[in-house]
Write a protein that binds this ligand. Structure first.
Ligand SMILES: Cc1ncc(COP(=O)(O)O)c(C=O)c1O
Length: 423
């Protein structure tokens, strides 16, 4: 490893090096990446870039010094709460904060559930109950905050098995989790049943709408069938909704919402015994970049409800077309009955001939520039579809059909999925 040079370098050289480094990254802008980056189109980029330049250096740790960031947070959270029908709450008004992403929103939701369970029910050995499709962030939260986790296998259709979850709910339950929709297969859990289960022991119910929070409200406006999942459902305590996914803001922003301020206070940290002065923090961060918050505000203002409805129409059309095209290819099948924007593609066990090795298929698609995350069991290729993929679905399906044929009878020993290096 070489150290940082004593002499600084000119701007153009430094930037040229970064441009060079980026060449190995996936080229999301051509639509061949299913997830990770969500492209709302040129005007969405423009408004985000201008907002980013304005707020590049601002620090939301201190909203007395930067009151604009306090306003931005309040407004973005308020708009999101109304999108999720918080006006239906009789014990509201809903309250929330911006966080750096879905994981942080989930950490805040789990912490609040634990704190509330202790303060209001005297629970000192808190537990949570969740289907095995709930995001890994809940496991991270349980690990960090010392909750026992009860993981319940999903049904054959990949939805939460609420009857089986009920067997794990008891006096120590602090939190019961459902997703709208879940990440792996894109199906939605029965949130009404999950919330009722949580309410039966006065536990929190967290709805993970990191993926769906900026899709389902617009899908409903498009006349799609969306079963109840938001603050219209009795017993839902907290909801996470990511603006940096299908909200089309750049990375680093999500919303954690609570049904009221009483619930929200369980996630905040206030400390008045430090020689550095009074310290109050709404989420997991200390110093907090104003940039993603300002970008979220700008993108939401720029798109408005109509812009989101258009992007959602495009997204759901893309996903429907993918599912239809996949169903017509022999040897593969879509897992579950996802109606929204996530698709998990596996080998069809009922197809004739040797099963398609899905990770060999992933390699073949990658050779043609198509990037999927890999999941298991069963081995499958995950797609988070968005407006990013508009215009490329026909080309993708043609390549997919050719690649399925090409990999028949082959296999790969590389079962590795692709995630952050911990080196
Ligand atoms: C349903 C769901 N929950 C939580 C997360 C975690 O979000 P993040 O990666 O922004 O931390 C994801 C990410 O894909 C997700 O799909």
């Amino acid at each position: 490893m070489s150290g940082l040079a004593n002499a600084g370098r000119p701007i153009d050289e430094v930037i040229a090096d970064l441009v060079e480094k980026r060449k190995a990254d996936v080229s999301w802008a051509d639509g061949r990446t299913f997830g990770m980056v969500y492209d709302g189109g040129p005007s969405v980029h423009a408004v985000a870039e201008q907002a980013a330049a304005l707020y590049l250096h601002e620090n939301a740790l201190n909203t007395q010094a930067f009151p604009s960031l306090g306003d931005i947070q309040r407004e973005v959270v308020g708009w999101t709460a109304l999108l999720l029908n918080a006006d239906a709450l009789t014990d509201g008004p809903a309250a929330g904060f911006l966080t750096s992403g879905g994981t942080e929103s989930i950490l805040c939701g789990v912490l609040a559930a634990r704190e509330r369970a202790e303060a209001e029910r005297g629970i000192t050995e808190p537990e949570m109950v969740l289907p095995n499709t709930a995001h890994a962030a809940f496991h991270k939260a349980a690990h960090n905050f010392g909750l026992k986790i009860n993981v319940v296998p999903v049904r054959g259709d990949f939805t939460a098995d609420v009857d089986a979850m009920a067997a794990h709910v008891g006096p120590n339950t602090a939190l019961v989790v459902g997703s709208a929709p879940q990440y792996p297969h894109g199906v939605q859990d029965d949130i009404e049943a999950i919330a009722a289960l949580a309410a039966s022991v006065d536990a929190n119910c967290h709805v993970d709408a990191c993926m769906g929070g900026f899709v389902l409200p617009f899908a409903e406006r498009l006349g799609r069938d969306v079963s109840p999942w938001d603050f219209r459902v009795d017993g839902v305590t907290t909801i996470s909704a990511d603006i940096h996914k299908l909200g089309y803001a750049p990375k680093g922003v999500s919303v954690i919402l609570h049904r009221n301020k009483q619930s929200r206070k369980y996630q905040t940290f206030v400390f008045d015994g430090w020689l550095g002065g009074f310290y109050a923090s709404p989420n997991m961060q200390g110093t907090r970049s104003g940039l993603p918050m300002a970008c979220a505000w700008a993108v939401m203002q720029h798109l408005g409800i109509d812009g989101y409805v258009d992007l959602t129409r495009q997204t759901l059309d893309n996903a429907d077309k993918m599912r239809q095209g996949m169903a017509a290819i022999d040897g593969i099948k879509v897992l579950g009955d996802g109606q929204f924007h996530l698709v998990a593609l596996a080998a069809d066990p009922d197809a004739d001939g040797s099963p398609v090795d899905m990770f060999a298929l992933g390699d073949a698609l990658l050779d043609r520039g198509w990037y999927h995350d890999r999941q298991t069991p069963p081995d499958n290729l995950h797609s988070t579809v968005s407006n990013t993929n508009t215009g490329v679905i026909d080309a993708y399906l043609a390549d997919l059909a050719e690649c399925v044929d090409a990999v028949r009878g082959t296999s790969t020993d590389d079962r590795s999925t692709t995630y952050a290096t911990l080196e």
